[in-house]
Each structure stands twice: as structure tokens, then as C-alpha cells.
Design a protein around this ligand. Sequence first.
Ligand code: AGP
Length: 609
Amino acid sequence: MCGIVGAIAARNVVPVLVDGLKRLEYRGYDSAGVAVLAGDAIRRVRRVGRVAEMENAAAEESLQGQVGIGHTRWATHGGVTEPNAHPHVSFGKIAVVHNGIIENHEEQRERLKGLGYAFESQTDTEVIAHLVHHYYQAGDSLFDAVKRASRELTGAYAIGVIAVDRPDELVCARMGCPLLVGLGDGENFIASDVSAIVSATRRVIFLEEGDIGRLTRDGVELLDKDDQPAQRPVHVSDVSLASLELGPYSHFMQKEIHEQPKALSDTIDAVQDYGFNPELFGERAGEVLPKLEGVKILACGTSYYAGLTAKYWIETIAGVQCDVEIASEYRYRSAWANPNYLVTTISQSGETLDTMEALKYAKELGHRYALSICNVRESAIPRASELVFFTRAGAEIGVASTKAFTTQLVGLFALAVTLGKMRGKVSAADEARYLDELRHLPGSVQHALNLEPQIKAWADKFAAKDNALFLGRGLHFPIALEGALKLKEISYIHAEAYPAGELKHGPLALVDEDMPVVVIAPNDTLLEKVKSNMQEVRARGGELFVFADLDSHFSESDGVHVIRTPRHVGVLSPVVHAIPVQMLAYHVALARGTDVDKPRNLAKSVTVE
Ligand code: AGP
């Protein structure tokens, strides 16, 4: 994970670096640091903890410079200590920030020790600093030194490098981790993502795998992986500053939960623009979708739960077989591959390493075509896929995924209906009804958001508990899984989810008066079964917290609390029921005083194994 930023300008770049790191903090928040060229020295400030602590330290030390690099860390190699924080410096001459993992770092470390280099950290990154220094002091230009060093590294990296006696350049390289160059007026930047530099420029170049860049104040030179000069297109980012600010909200998660009617409506607009037609998934979809014999979904975490929901839709609406697998498991097993199954990855960030590697593996196994459901344009996974559906959730900054999940569900639902239509399973009347249901979805989600005061009242009861169970059936089992993940992720309460019918096969043994049991119980075909499962819980003293819809006809009784979501919305009901479980987790976390947006040990983009 980790976030990197760099700048070369005719002004003091420390505020740019600090501001950029604050916006990149979602990528990792164990420690932070910046290094700048100041006169004839590299000056560096690093701190364990948040960027704000490092910012204070930099202010106390009056850190200033016109060329600099910065880093916010999510620890992989070496503990969370100041010596392990970036930037790493070699002999006071070369400073490096790095996102990624260098796989041959041990071998390089031994080699560099043999050359007289001493190591101050346990990181893999320090080998990059020394390796660049090794070539630089032997006479290479900074650019050539970075080029030679990076060609000797295996693994994944995005790096930014400065040298003490090169006040007019900033060098960067990319392999396997995101990196872009920002083009300013008499100043240029590098960053892991555009949010870090959007207050300085919107004109960006996304580096390709193996690219190496040299930035001066007035220009950018790029070499591709074959060491040939490269021209890359300049994009103008449409990320709005408001989308990166909290506004009236206390947390990004809260903001993002409340943005869902808009995020859904924007995503549904994309569906309406094309209708349930192949073009919705890209130019080549018209050629690819008619040939497919099944769908293979690969994803992690919340995105995996979106996939589990999609399985119900794809098999029921389209009559197409759909397998769903956790990407990190799939990539390491001898999987059976039917080339005519559409590999469908789901990833908010588009850079989750396990999902990316699973996609590559699927291709190696012979899968011909891949569809990416993704929220970030220009990220790695959609770029490696033939077909794409971009959700229009806007920037999601809270580590807990909320609006990305519900918009993914819209994209997947559209896939199911499109496939159904192509196979004659969805009539014109069905199509019109599904479109109408989609159009009403943002309104139903808004109704669900209005339940917040009632959910907040429940949260106080949960805050004192150590465990919780979530139950759902059919289409709503993935929502139970998502509710449990949200709760454990941000409140640190241990939570498990089960299909309600599975309770009696083991987990019922856990149920007693200290076990709150959340039940997703809308008025669908399995409601009566769920009611029986609830009685099994109540008979063992378990306290039930039921999310029903208006048509479920539940009443409160001793030990049975009920919150009614709006009227049942048919097959799109999982989208509506995702809202209360998100809000429950949010308010429980608030009541427990955890760091909602940056829960311990986690990061937003998981670009490591
Ligand atoms: C969700 O709340 C999590 N933060 C996490 O499970 C996330 O969904 C997972 O890491 C996958 O991320 P992606 O969608 O960016 O690939």
C-alpha cells in the first residue's frame, strides 16, 4: 500500500507534499515523512503516526525546499518505527520514497553490504536508496542510476528519488504500483493518485509498467520499459476537490454512506444511457458477451460480497452459471478454466494486488475475456481487462467500503439483466420493469438513510458487546456477510455471518443473552424460513435485531427489536439493506471511539499479498 508524492517547483514544496500526504493517508497511516533539498543537504522529517504529527515536526524544524518527496506508510517489511519510515536516505546523498514490495531485497541487501553499505532500517526500500547511490557515485546521471537500479529490482514499486546535488530534477519509476506525473505551470509533480496533487494541477500522465521519468520544473522525459523514449497521453482529471473534503460530515465513511443516493443515481445514469445492452460494458462487449458460457467472479472483501450477490442475479435472471471466488485463494490453486467463462473482477480501487494477480492467472489458464467492475479510471485492473463497467461512486476515502459496494451491485445487476436479455430470458416488459426498479432505487436508499436515529439507538447496545452474529438468507446472505465485515472492520467487535438456515449446524451453540443477532429479513420468498430461524435464536436467549421491510409484518416483542426499511423493492432489495448495516457499524464504532475512517492495521488500497 503506502502513498507517495513528490514535487519540483520554484516555491517551497513542503506544503504541497504535506497536503498530498494527507489526501493519500487512506493508503497507509503507520508513519509519514518528507525529504527536501535544502541548500547542499537533504533534510528529512519522519514521524511514527499520522501525517499531522509529521507536519507539526516539519513546521517546528522550519523545513523548506523546492524539490522534495513524501511518503505515508502501511508497514510490510519492518515494524512501525521511525527508522523504518520513508524517505530512506543513502549517505546523505540520495533520498527515496517507495510504494510496493521488492521481492529480491534480501539478495540485494547482501550484495550492497558487500559493497560497504550499512543498513539503518528493516525495510526493503533501503536497498533502492543504496543501489541508486551505488550507481550514482560511480558516475551515472541520477536518471541512469535510477534506471539501472530499478531494472535490477524484482517485485512491485512506484518510487520517487532526489539527489543532494541535483536541485533541478526529480526522478521516478513505476512497476506494478500506481504512479502518475502531474503537469503544472513551471512545476511538476508525482503522486500515487490524483487526489494528492489536484489542488496544484489536474493535468496528469499515468505512467505505464516499466516507465521511468525525469521531472524538471519545465518538463518531463519518459522512457518505457525497453528504454525507448515514451509519449503518454495527458488526461485532465475531473476529481472535484469537494469530493475529497469532509464538508459538514464528521467522517468520510459517514459522508460516503450519505452520498449513496447520488452515487447510485449517477451509476444508474450510465445504465440508462446504454440500456441493458452489451455496449454498457465497452466497445468489445457486443463481440464477447454472446459467446460466453458462464461468469467467473474474482474479488476480495466487500467486493467479493458484491460478487456473491451477483451470483443470485446472474443465475436467476440470466440463467447463466456464475462462480464466485476470493481472488487470493483462486490465484494459488489449480483451477479449472473454461475459456468461454467471462472473468469478472470487482474492485473499487482497481489496484488490489490479489485481484490483479488472480486476473493474470485466469488469463494464463486460458480465459479469453475479462470484465472489470471498478470505481477508479486508469487503474491497473480495468486497464488489463477487455470489458469495463465504471461505477460512478466518486472518490471513496473511508477504508470501509460503502458507496463503492452499492454501486458495484448496480453494475452487476445490469450485467445480469443484459445477459438475460441477450439470451431471451428477459422480455421487453421485464427490461422495462428492471429499469424502473433501478430508477426508484436511490429513493429507497434515501428512505433507508432516514432510519439513522433508530439505528443509532441500537448502536449503544452493541457497543458493550464482544461478539455479534449476522443472519440472512438467499440474496440477503451476502448483506449479512457485509454487515459483519463492516462491524469488525471499524468497531473491532468480533462478528460472524451465516445463512440463517445454517445456524442449527453449529453456530447456534454461541447464542446466549450476550450475543446480539442481527437478522436481514425482508419480505422475500425465504421470509417464513428466516422467522423460524429467529425463533431458534430467541429460544436460546439471544437478542434479535431485525431489519425488516414494511411488508415483512414483524412486531417488536421481548428481546426482538425491529427496524423497518421501506417497502420491499424486489430483487434490488440487497442494495437497500446494505444501508442499515453500514450505519449500524458506523454508529457502533463512534460509540466505541475507534478511528472510523482509518481502522487499525488496515488501509484502503491493498497492493500487497
Ligand atoms: C471493505 O470495507 C474493505 N475495506 C475491503 O474488504 C475491500 O473491499 C477489499 O480490500 C477489496 O478492495 P477493492 O474493492 O479496492 O479491490
